[in-house]
Design a protein around this ligand. Structure first.
Ligand code: DHK
Length: 158
């Protein structure tokens, strides 16, 4: 029996309160649940030949630990740190040591909302930011990570 071919893993990390998507402020966040978004990411990953490691936590330290765990093994990271995007230097510093590309995603357009949401510590260390595209933004972020990973592989090969 041959070994199954291992596909690159893209981590999709979600911060506080995103477990309540679907019921929480649908005007801002839409009606898709986190399970719907996970399904979308898995489908996008399948299409691109990637495995998706999809996680959510309400705890800053748990998010930092997850980033440390994945920093070398994940081909790239998509992250919606939610409220921690605007407050957490520790999440920012953890992301700074991730070896692969990092793409930040927000469901809502954070620049069209309250002033305290306009700055993101995550954006400072991200290779790209998708904001205001709703659940579809996650698929766009996974696609962009896949593009950056493929570009890096090509550069090494050339
Ligand atoms: C999600 C949250 O929970 C907010 O705290 C951020 C982000 C925006 C989003 O749009 O996905 O400000």
């Amino acid at each position: 029996m041959s070994d199954p071919v291992r596909r690159p893993v893209v981590a999709v990390l979600n911060g506080p309160n995103l477990n309540l998507l679907g019921e929480r402020d649908p005007q801002a966040y839409g009606t898709a649940t986190l399970a719907d978004i996970e399904k979308l990411c898995l489908e996008t990953g399948d299409r691109l030949g990637l495995d998706i490691d999809f996680r959510q936590t309400n705890h800053e330290g748990v998010l930092v630990d997850a980033i440390h765990e994945l920093r070398r093994t994940a081909a790239g990271v998509v992250i919606n740190a939610a409220a921690l995007s605007h407050t957490s230097v520790s999440v920012r510093d953890a992301l700074a040591v991730v070896e692969g590309p990092v793409v930040e995603v927000h469901l809502s357009n954070i620049h069209r909302r309250e002033a305290f949401r306009h700055h993101s510590f995550v954006a400072e260390v991200a290779d790209g930011v998708v904001t205001g595209c709703g659940a579809r933004g996650y698929a766009m972020a996974v696609e962009h990570v896949a593009h950056l990973v493929a570009a890096a592989v090509e550069e090494v090969a050339s």
